[in-house]
Design a protein around this ligand. Structure first.
Ligand code: NAD
Length: 367
């Protein structure tokens, strides 16, 4: 597999095939249903390591092109996430275009489930931003290729606690690298987005007596988190200039970009959001130049994938937790590799993931 840098969101060509070929996707399916209003895109990036597992994002995209770009970038990220985590899964992702607070219905999710089923197991879905275990339950009426099911259906439940735990492990590994020890006590941490993962991350940080700052576009999320934990609330526009040690992006991707990067005062970026660097090559290098350590997103946010992946095989909660814990050592290894080769950490992670994909693809081609 050739090294392919994720094209920055606004620079990708409007031609669908040039996008697909530039990121080397295997298949992209556009799904429409008049009766339910479903508009969805399922992107299967790579199935060398196994079936493409990745969540379904429900988001009100400003333009349909943005939805496609998101599906393509996110599915590619899933390939790398599974590869670096040692999972036997490929990379895929889907988006449903709409407002998750208004447009959800049983019929819409079941129709979507039929589309997932039509791929015959090449793509397995799960929850993501804007979808939940309850939505997966509706999907499961129409296909067995769904994970992230509620525990009463034999599933692993919400993957977010595992994602948050892995991010916390990655953040501690980064602290150990930057500060010489991994304690987060007294460290100022900005959590951008206190949804499913963000709130669990806040709970770990609070337990360790970090000084937690939070921002969210929804007042009710801020109110909920402020009620449970001692946090400092920051307006969404002030996130990037906040005087903090660690910035944890836990909302949407591409927040490290030309407009924000100069404002960052943190020493570490470690969060749950996918595709945090708008342009890996450009922004990954600027972070190095600014002396900010970047804990690669797909490396440290893999806990949720570990959990839904385990559900697909034989689910064992303790094993999942142990695998999430390993993110700490894996992150240290990536930092070491990056230092040895004098490359940015995003590139170190990419190289290691690509090496695994290449070696398994070579075995497959000899069948
Ligand atoms: P979520 O929808 O529950 O939470 C996202 C939160 O971010 C919401 O509360 C939303 O209001 C807030 N938000 C959106 N835009 C914002 C902005 N501009 N500023 C501040 N807050 C903003 O989603 P989640 O499941 O917690 O996932 C968070 C991120 O982590 C996503 O990027 C997701 O792709 C990624 N991720 C999640 C998982 C998982 O297990 N849930 C796994 C891997 C990666």
């Amino acid at each position: 597999m050739a090294e392919v840098n994720t094209p920055p969101a606004e620079k990708v060509s409007p031609s669908i095939f040039s996008q697909i070929t530039s990121m080397e996707h295997e298949q992209v399916m556009f799904c429409y249903d008049k009766a339910t209003g479903l508009k969805s895109i399922i992107a299967v990036h790579n199935t060398v390591l196994g079936p493409a597992l990745g969540g379904t994002r429900f988001w009100n995209y400003a333009k349909e092109e943005d939805a496609l770009t998101d599906a393509l970038r996110l599915s590619r990220g899933m390939t790398y996430k599974a590869a670096i985590t040692g999972l036997h899964l490929g990379g895929g992702k889907a988006v449903i275009i709409g407002d998750s607070r208004k447009d959800k219905s049983e019929a819409l999710f079941r129709r979507y489930g039929k589309f997932v089923n039509s791929l015959g197991g090449k793509y397995i879905t799960a929850e993501d931003v804007g979808t939940s275990s309850a939505d997966m339950e509706w999907i499961s009426r129409e296909t067995k290729f769904v994970t992230g099911l509620p525990e009463y259906l034999g599933g692993g439940g919400d993957p977010s606690p595992f994602t948050a735990y892995g991010v916390y492990m990655g953040m501690k590994a980064a602290a150990s690298e930057v500060y010489g020890n991994d304690s987060l006590e007294g460290k100022k941490v900005m959590v951008q987005g206190v949804g499913h993962v963000g709130e669990y991350l806040v709970s770990h940080l609070a337990k360790e007596s970090a000084v937690v700052f939070v921002a969210d576009i929804y007042e009710d999320r801020i109110a909920e988190v402020s009620k449970k934990y001692k946090v400092n609330v920051v307006s969404t526009e002030k996130v990037y200039e906040a005087d903090v040690d660690i910035y944890a992006p836990c909302a949407l991707g591409a927040t490290v970009n030309d407009d924000t990067i100069d404002h960052l005062k943190c020493h570490i970026i470690a969060g749950a959001a996918n595709n945090q660097l708008k342009d890996e090559k450009i922004h990954g290098q600027i972070l190095v130049d600014k002396g900010i350590l970047y804990a690669p997103d797909y490396l440290i946010n893999a806990g949720g994938l570990v959990n839904v992946g385990a559900e697909w095989e034989t689910y064992n909660r303790e094993r999942v937790k142990a695998q999430c814990e390993r993110i700490y050592d894996r992150t240290i290894e990536i930092f070491e590799y990056a230092k040895k080769k004098n490359i940015p950490t995003y590139k170190a992670a990419n190289e290691i993931a690509e090496e695994r994909l290449r070696s398994i693809a070579a075995i497959n081609s000899r069948k």
